[in-house]
Design a protein around this ligand. Structure first.
Ligand SMILES: *Cc1c(COP(=O)(O)O)cnc(C)c1O
Length: 386
C-alpha cells in the first residue's frame, strides 16, 4: 500500500469510457475571447454571464480594497476576519434580495453544505430534485437527514414523498436554474407545497442571481416570492457577479443560526476583503444598469433562433445555459474537440455530472458576446453537427 497503484484501475476505466477530465490552460483574462492552450478562442463555457469578471470598475474596486486592506483576511469571520467590506456587502445583498439579512460564505459549495447540515439532523427529511447540483446533494448527505430525491420538476413526485414523510423537520431544496439543463424550478408551486406540508424551501440561485428578475435579484424576484414564500435563498458571486464567494439570505433567526452553528462557516478563513469589495462593485453594476441583462437576453434569443433554424438539438431553456443534447460521451467529447479546432470553446458535459446517455454540449452565453461571435458559434455548430 506504499504507492498509489491501486488507484490506476479507476483512472483507466474513466479514460476508456470517454469520461476523463482534462484541464485546459487559460492564458488570458476571463472574457468572451480567451487564449487557451496557446490558441485564441471564443468562450462559450464560462459562467461570467454579464462579462463582469474583467470589468474595469470591478477590477478597480478590487485593487483599491487591496491597497486599503491588504490581501488576506487573516482569520475566520468569528475570530477577527470579518471586515468592513464583508459587512457592507452583506447589508447590500440583503437589501438587493429583499431579505432581512445576508451572510457571506467563501464558496457556494460550502454555503450549501452549511445550510442543509445546520438545519437538519438524522431524524429530519431533505427533498431534492434529481437534477440538483452536486453541492446540494453533498449537503444533504453531510446532514445525515433522510434523503428523498424526486423526479425533475415533478410536483406529484415531490408531493407523494412529502405526504409519506413522518415526524421531523422537512427541507425542500432546488436549483433555481438547473445548471446543466438551463430550465427553471417551478418555485411558486414548490412554495405552495412547502406551505401545505410545513416544510422549509431553499433555492440555490447560482445561475439566476444577477441575471433573472427586473433588477437582477434572481429567481425570487423573477417569481415575486418574498421571504415568507421563499425563506432560504443561497446564491454565488463567482458567476454573473464575475467575482468569488457566495451568500445566504433570509430571516434574522436563519442567519444567526448559521453564524452560531454552521461548521463550513465557522471553521474557515473569511474571503479576502478585496474580493468582497469587487463583489460590491458588481452588485452596483447589476442593480443600477440593466444594460448587460438586456444584451444577454438578446444573445439568448439570437442563439436560439439560429439553432432552431439549423435544427440543432436544443433543450427546454430560456436562460444563458443552452445545452445541446448529444447522448454519447465519446461523441460529445469529439464534437467539443472539433469546435475547439474551429476556435469555439464549448464544454462536453458527461456523467456523473449528468445522467448516463445524456452527455451534452453545454453552451453558455454572455452579455459580452457580440453578434459576430454568436454567428461564428452557429456556423461552427452547423459544420460539426451537420
Ligand atoms: C457553481 C455552483 C455552486 C458552487 O458555487 P461555488 O461558489 O463555485 O462553490 C453551487 N450550486 C450551483 C447550482 C452552482 O452552479
Amino acid at each position: 500500500m506504499s504507492d498509489f497503484s491501486s488507484l490506476n484501475a479507476a483512472l483507466e476505466q474513466r479514460r476508456n469510457n470517454s469520461l476523463y477530465r482534462q484541464r485546459r490552460l487559460l492564458e488570458s483574462a476571463q472574457a468572451a475571447e480567451v487564449v487557451i492552450d496557446g490558441k485564441p478562442c471564443i468562450n462559450f463555457c464560462s459562467n461570467d454571464y454579464l462579462g463582469l469578471a474583467n470589468h474595469p470598475a470591478v477590477v478597480t474596486a478590487f485593487q483599491q480594497a487591496a491597497n486599503d486592506y491588504g490581501v488576506g483576511s487573516g482569520a475566520s469571520h468569528l475570530v477577527c476576519g470579518h471586515g468592513q467590506c464583508h459587512q457592507q456587502l452583506e447589508e447590500e445583498l440583503a437589501a438587493f434580495t429583499g431579505r432581512d439579512r445576508a451572510l457571506l460564505f467563501s464558496t457556494g459549495y460550502m454555503a450549501n453544505l452549511a445550510v442543509i447540515s445546520t438545519l437538519l439532523g438524522k431524524k429530519d427529511f431533505v427533498f431534492e430534485d434529481k437534477l440538483n447540483h452536486a453541492s446540494l446533494i453533498d449537503g444533504g448527505l453531510l446532514s445525515a437527514a433522510r434523503f428523498q430525491r424526486y423526479l425533475h420538476n415533478d410536483m406529484d413526485s415531490l408531493e407523494k414523498k412529502l405526504a409519506r414523510a413522518g415526524e421531523g423537520r422537512k427541507l425542500i431544496v432546488v436549483d433555481g436554474v438547473f445548471s446543466m439543463d438551463g430550465d427553471l424550478a417551478p418555485l411558486p408551486a414548490l412554495s405552495a407545497l412547502a406551505e401545505k406540508y410545513q416544510a422549509w424551501l431553499m433555492v440555490d440561485d447560482a445561475h439566476g442571481i444577477g441575471v433573472l428578475g427586473d433588477s437582477g435579484a434572481g429567481c425570487a424576484e423573477h417569481f415575486s416570492l418574498d421571504q415568507q414564500q421563499l425563506p432560504i435563498v443561497m446564491a454565488t458571486l463567482g458567476k454573473a457577479f464575475g467575482s468569488f464567494g457566495a451568500f445566504v439570505a433570509g430571516s434574522e433567526v436563519l442567519i444567526e443560526s448559521l453564524i452560531q452553528f454552521a461548521r463550513p462557516y465557522i471553521y474557515t478563513t473569511a474571503l479576502p476583503p478585496a474580493v468582497a469589495a469587487a463583489s460590491l462593485a458588481s452588485l452596483k453594476l447589476i442593480r443600477d444598469d440593466g444594460g448587460q441583462r438586456e444584451r444577454l437576453r438578446h444573445a439568448i434569443s439570437h442563439f436560439k433562433q439560429g439553432a432552431q433554424a439549423l435544427g440543432l438539438p436544443l433543450m427546454v431553456s430560456d436562460t444563458a445555459i443552452q445545452p445541446l443534447l448529444i447522448g454519447s460521451s465519446e461523441q460529445a467529447v469529439s464534437l467539443s474537440e472539433q469546435l475547439a479546432e474551429r476556435g469555439v470553446l464549448v464544454g462536453a458535459i458527461r456523467p456523473p455530472t449528468v445522467a448516463v446517455n445524456t452527455a451534452r454540449l453545454r453552451i453558455t452565453l454572455s452579455a459580452a458576446h457580440s453578434e459576430a461571435q454568436l454567428q461564428q458559434l452557429l456556423a461552427a455548430l452547423a459544420e460539426v453537427l451537420a
